[in-house]
Structures are given as structure tokens and as C-alpha cells.
Ligand binder design. Sequence first.
Ligand code: KIV
Ligand code: ZN
Length: 515
Amino acid sequence: MKTDKNRVYIFDTTLRDGEQSPGYSMNTEEKLILARQLERMGVDIIEAGFPIASEGDFEAVKLIAKEIKKSQVAGLARANKNDIDRAWQAIKGAVHPRIHTFISSSDIHLKYQLKKSREQVLKEAVAAVKLAKSYTDNVEFSPMDATRSDRDYLVEMVSAVIDAGATTVNIPDTVGYAIPEEFGNLIAYLFANVKTMGNTIIATHCHNDLGLAVANSLAAIRNGARQVECTINGIGERAGNTAMEEIVMALKTRKDLFGLYTKIKTEQIYKTSRLLTQITGIPVQPNKAIVGANAFAHESGIHQDGLIKEKITYEIMTPQSVGISDTHIVLGKHSGRNAISHHLKKMGYLLDDEQINKVAARVKELADVKKDIYDEDLEVILAEEIYRGEDKYSLVYLNVVSGNVAIPTATMEMQIGKDIVRKAGFGNGPVDATFAAIRNITKTNYPLMKYVVNAITGGSDAQGEVTVQLKHNNHSVVGRGAHPDVIVASAKAYINALNRMEFLKDNIKKVKIVE
Ligand code: KIV
Ligand code: ZN
């Protein structure tokens, strides 16, 4: 690996450490799809799996090694001949293969798990690196549980594996035990005491048991580490691994402090995160940094006000920089007049101060019973508070014939001004036929943008509430109707929308529309 001291290499282990955690297993095809996306986003090294673990793992690593051309492809192996041979068989077809071999270095692991002496483990580490080196120049070694290891033994092991040919030495905080300052000091200690460090890349691999994986990785970087092992969405063993999106965006956003860079195309971050959640079916928590649903959503009135004036007031990075289309201003009980007015402007309505006050008061009332206020809610408020007129249309009579042997037919009588008009309509179902009858009677044909039915109460006798949205040029109107018969509720909603549309058209000059 050519060294550029300001570049931080991104080693993604979503397909290995991430995949081995409960609920995240993926089949070969899914692993390949994700590997291709990791390559597209510019990951330097993809740890594709642990080939000795199973036939399926072996085949997946082999396929990824064959298909991925730009990123390095690493296979994991314990420090023994069987594992290393198997890893090499899996990755040897890669353009840039890497063997990643590991053995524990902490006395806790040596005593209780390996039941071997320090000397024995050191010998096995060196032999493993030498064997891996006989297959490829690109060898990574990890002393597992490094953060609970004796520092001088760690220095001895790191020095020995570098002498044996390791080009990258990874310092894992296997059990997520380290604290940032302490971990940073450990990395500095290795740089100060390993005499043969040369061009070796020191890597970090942090687990999140104390919620410190990203902070520990950053502390290591501050002290000279130049490879970060991480996963998409921070998935991984137990509480997970360092989240790639957080590390990458921390380095990018705080370039002033770190002065470092990665080759990750950050605009691909959100897409990659979504791909993983779609494959595994496990969503990220809404408040997850960078990729959570609320990461760029603002509900505080004060923040909304600041953002509208200048984004930098409350946003340290743009949503676009991680591939999210825009900041999301959530209208709710904390929203102020400025945020409401700004939002209405985006919807196409320009209101004066008095009108904004009226709408803001209604938004507050509604927000007490309904957490989020959507555009449809605002349309209804506008129609009721601002753009209210005499209804032109009303329903007099509706009869619908439907079923699996009849062509759905609606016969309807409506009052239009002083006139009573009766007509029929046919359709694919009773609602379609009803809407056709209304269009015939009113001689209108606005595109139907939305049709939603909700039960206001539970049970089969529930009152149905229907929302209908119609479009006219740049504007849409929403109508609502409620009735125990959903077909009647649908007719009422459609007619309600038509009445609002009539008002909008008649008052088009009074309603200031933003072009
Ligand atoms: O957490 C860990 O120590 C590991 C090693 C295999 C690097 O995953
Ligand atoms: Zn791990």
C-alpha cells in the first residue's frame, strides 16, 4: 500500500464482523450486491468473510474476490495453517487480495481461552504471518483483545509480526473496553516503542460496548492510526462496531481539526445504509447519526427559524453530502410562524401576517392531538381558515350497485347552485364508479393524486374517513369526508375537494401563489 500520511484507509467489515451478529446474516447474492455498493462508494478494503467458517462463507468470499476489481478483498483467518490456506483459496482470484490473520494477545484470553503461554502465541503469530506472506504481500495481523493486553507484550508481538512481513497491524478493542484518551495513548505508545514500524499501517477495530467505538477510532487516528475498520450502520458483534458513516463524516466535517481525508464518496452513504437495512430487514434507530430518519429533521421552533435564515445555524453538514435530498422541517407544536410561512411558500402559498397568525394558531391546536403535521393537514387548515367560500356542489342522493357479477354503477343526484343534476357513472369498483358519476355531473376531470381511507373507530361498524387530493396546474386541494359507508364518505370527500378547487380558481388572484 502506498503511504500518504494524510489519508485514512477505510476497511469495511460489514460482511464479516457485521454479518456474524444476530439477525444480520445474508446469502451469497445479497453479500455480492452489498460488496458492489461498497466498492462503488470507494471502500479501500472489503473484508468479505471468514472463509473457514462454513462452505457458504467460503463461496461468498470467493465470488466477491472474483467480482470486485477496485477495492482490496480481505479474507479472515485464525493464526493457523488450515485457516490461512482456506482464506487464500477464497481470495486468490481477487485483483487486490489481502489475508487478515489474528490471534489473541491478552493474558485473559491466553489463560482462559487459548491455554497457551505468551511465547507460544508469539511464535504462532509470526508463523501465521510468514505463511500468509508466502501467498501475498498484502498481510494484515490483529492481536485480538489488544486493549486488555500487557503493553510491552503487545509491542513485542507487533514488532515480531512486522519483522515477519505484516504490512498492516490492526489494534482491536475486541470487547469495547477502551476509553478514547487511553486508546489514543496506546497507539502513541506503539509508535514510540515499535522500532521497526517503518511504513506499516496501524489500524483500529473498535467495538461499541460502551458506546465509544467511533470516539476510540478517532482518538487512534489522532495518534497516527491510518486505517479504520468499521461497518455500515455500525452493525457488528454485540453493540456493534465503529460506524463507517460516522467516522467518514467526522473526518470530513472536522477536516479543520484532523487535516485528513478518506476516499469515500460520501454521497453514497445513505444509499448504502438503506441497502443494508433492506437486505437484512433491520432498520436503523431514528436518531442514529448521519443515516437515521431524524438525522436531518428539525422540529424545534428556534432551530427551524435559524435554519430558514441560514442553514449553517443548526446544520454542521448538508444532507446532500451524505446522499439525502433535503433537510426535513417537521411541522409540529414547536414550529413558529416563520417555519410555517416558509413551508407554505414551498407548497405554493404566500400568506400575509394576519393569515399566517390564523394558520399558526390552528397548527398548534392540531399538534396537540396529532404529532406531525403534513401538507394535507395544512391544505385543510388553509381551506377552512383562509380560502373559505360558499359550497358550489352538494350530494343529494347516491345509489351504488356493485359485486362480483355486476358492472359497478353509481347513480347520483347533486345540487349545483340551484339546479339538481342526476347522472350515472361506471368504473372498476364502487368508488371508481362514484367518482365517474361526480365527474359526469360536474363536468370536471382533475387528476386524482391521492385517495386514502381510514377507520376513525375500530370494528366493522367503524366510521370511515376518506381523504381525496385533486390537482390543478401547480396546485392541489384536499377534501375530507366521513360516513359509516365508505362509498358515501368517498363521494363527500371528492365533492369537498371540488368545492375547494372552485374557491381556489375563483380567488386565484386573491390567493397569492408562488410561481
Ligand atoms: O473484534 C475483534 O477483535 C475482531 C478481530 C478478528 C479483528 O473482530
Ligand atoms: Zn470485531
